[in-house]
Structure formats: structure tokens, C-alpha cells
Design a protein around this ligand. Structure first.
Ligand code: PDD
Length: 283
């Protein structure tokens, strides 16, 4: 894990970023976390497309050919011999004297990508986990995967302090998503999840789960639902890169459904695992 991708080259990890990097000072940048299973990327194209979109939305020039970036990320996984984990990749608006407005056009964005070991949460996937509720105090462009994560950090800390796997956000009365994952509920055999608009990040895992539900003949409603709907749901689950699909069996000490992972969630967990197996087999 001692090599990183720094702009165009794979170098030793000790490369330092300048104190006037705009990501460091303003959170002025974007990122992706891409899952790696047995050395294989999961939905890499979709992650790179989202990265490109995030760059466009914050008006950061994206000076990379997708194919070239893809090849470099593949090389990084190979040289670091990453089997189970993620690639963390971020691009900032570069290094410049600290003024809030954009730096001059000749300022080069800084791209850094590194590998990180991370196991799938098997125990939580099998047995379910707890979550807490917390107010969504984020800005109104949660669809952009930016480095500004302070509300998410505070929310996740609250979850950890309550032995919970996630903090689920509500904005007004509406459940949006969680601190680092998307949220789904199951009611009368149908799945509900917040529509992919500016209030949530359109997760790559979320998209996969929607496709799997289609295959399984499970109806999905991309509709808003309330805190009360969540608390009285038959099943709840969250999805994210490497977290995969985790059943939520308790929210703020209140049991969800039977208090055990529900049947539909279990089907989706199985289908997701099968799709990962398929990826590994076909590589
Ligand atoms: N987070 N919503 C938020 C706010 C997230 O931060 C994430 C992922 C997701 C799920 O997206 P995906 O399925 O594409 O991973 C939803 C990553 C894992 C992170 O910040 O570490």
C-alpha cells in the first residue's frame, strides 16, 4: 500500500501536498471511493462518470482522459497488490495563494489516489445493525461528491457513540440518506428510496441495488418518505461502496419490523453478493 497515484505518476506515498492546496484549506475538490473485490474494480466506469460530473458541477477542469485514468488506477491496484479494499481518489482545485475565489487558470488541479484495505461488513450484513437519526444540516447540492464532509463526520461520530453503523439524515420530515450511504425502506413488499435529486448522492451501490430489484421483480418507488414511514417500515437497509447492503434492525433504540433482517433485504444482500462473485469469476 506504499504507492499512490499523484497526478500523472505512481510514486511513493510520502509525497506531500502543499498547505495552500485548496482541498486542504477550503474543501475545494471532489472525490470517489471505488470498491475492489479480489483485485477487481466494482463499477469503475460509473464512479469515473460521477467524478467527471462532480468536477463539472463545481467548475473544476477535469484534465484526465477517462481511459488513461482507468489504466493508472488499475496499475495502482496491481502494484499495491490490493485484494479487498477501496481506492480513494480526490481532485482538488490545486495549490494557490489563499483567496476564496478561483485561482488563475494556470493552476493545476491535484489528483491523489491511494489504496486502502477494507473488508466487507459480513457480520452486519448477516445479522443487521443499528442506526441513529440525525438532522440533515448539509448544503443543498448533496448530489455532488465534494470534500466538504463536516456534517457527515459529525453524524457518523454520533452513530459510533451510539454503537450504530450509520446516522440516517432527515430534512424536515423527510428521510434523505445517511452519513455515508443511501437508505431504503420496505413496506408491503415494495422498496422505497429517496429520488436521486440534489438532496442525496446517487450512490453507485444504490444504482446497482435498483437494477437488482428489477431483476428480482421487486417494485422500487423512488419517492420521498417520512421519518415515521422509516420507523414503521417492515425493513430498512443502507447501501454504499464496500459496506454493500446492510440491514438496519434498530433505529434510535426502536426495532424495525421483526427486529431481524427482513426477507426482501436478505434477497437483495444475496443478489448483491452474487453480482460481486460474478465480477470476480469473469475477471
Ligand atoms: N460514501 N451517500 C453519501 C453521503 C455517501 O458519502 C456515500 C458513499 C453514499 C453511497 O455511494 P456509493 O454507493 O457510490 O458508495 C451515499 C463513500 C463510501 C465515502 O464517503 O467513504
Amino acid at each position: 500500500m506504499d504507492k499512490i497515484l499523484f497526478n500523472d505518476s505512481i510514486v511513493q506515498r510520502d509525497k506531500l501536498i502543499d498547505i495552500e492546496d485548496r482541498g486542504y484549506q477550503f474543501g475545494d475538490g471532489i472525490y470517489e471511493v471505488i470498491g475492489v473485490y479480489d483485485g477487481n474494480f466494482f463499477m469503475l466506469d460509473e464512479h469515473l462518470e460521477r467524478l467527471e460530473r462532480s468536477a463539472k458541477e463545481i467548475r473544476l477542469s477535469f484534465p484526465y482522459q477517462k481511459q488513461q485514468l482507468k489504466e493508472r488506477l488499475e496499475k495502482l491496484v496491481t502494484v499495491n497488490q490490493l485484494k479487498e479494499g477501496v481506492i480513494y481518489l480526490q481532485i482538488t482545485r490545486g495549490e494557490a495563494e489563499r483567496w476564496h475565489h478561483f485561482p488563475s487558470d494556470d493552476t493545476k488541479p491535484n489528483l491523489v489516489a491511494y489504496t486502502k484495505l477494507e473488508e466487507t461488513l459480513m457480520e452486519e450484513e448477516n445479522n443487521g445493525a443499528a442506526a441513529v437519526l440525525t438532522e440533515d444540516i448539509r448544503w443543498l447540492r448533496c448530489d455532488i461528491k465534494t470534500l466538504n464532509l463536516l456534517p457527515n463526520v459529525l453524524a457518523k461520530q454520533k452513530a459510533v457513540e451510539h454503537d450504530a453503523v450509520e446516522a440516517i439524515f432527515y430534512r424536515g420530515d423527510i428521510i434523505t440518506e445517511a452519513s455515508a450511504s443511501n437508505v431504503f425502506i420496505v413496506k408491503n413488499g415494495e422498496v422505497y428510496t429517496h429520488p436521486a435529486n440534489n438532496y442525496i448522492l446517487n450512490g453507485i451501490t444504490r444504482r446497482k441495488v435498483l437494477a437488482l430489484c428489477m431483476d428480482l421483480g421487486i417494485k422500487v418507488n423512488e419517492e420521498t418518505y417520512s421519518v415515521q414511514d422509516l420507523l414503521t417500515a417492515d425493513e430498512v437497509f443502507v447501501t454504499a461502496t464496500k459496506l454493500d447492503v446492510v440491514p438496519i434492525i434498530r433505529v434510535d433504540q426502536q426495532s424495525i419490523g421483526t427486529g431481524y433482517p427482513g426477507k426482501i433485504t436478505q434477497k437483495i444482500v444475496e443478489a448483491f453478493r452474487a453480482s460481486v462473485q460474478e465480477l470476480v469469476r469473469s475477471s
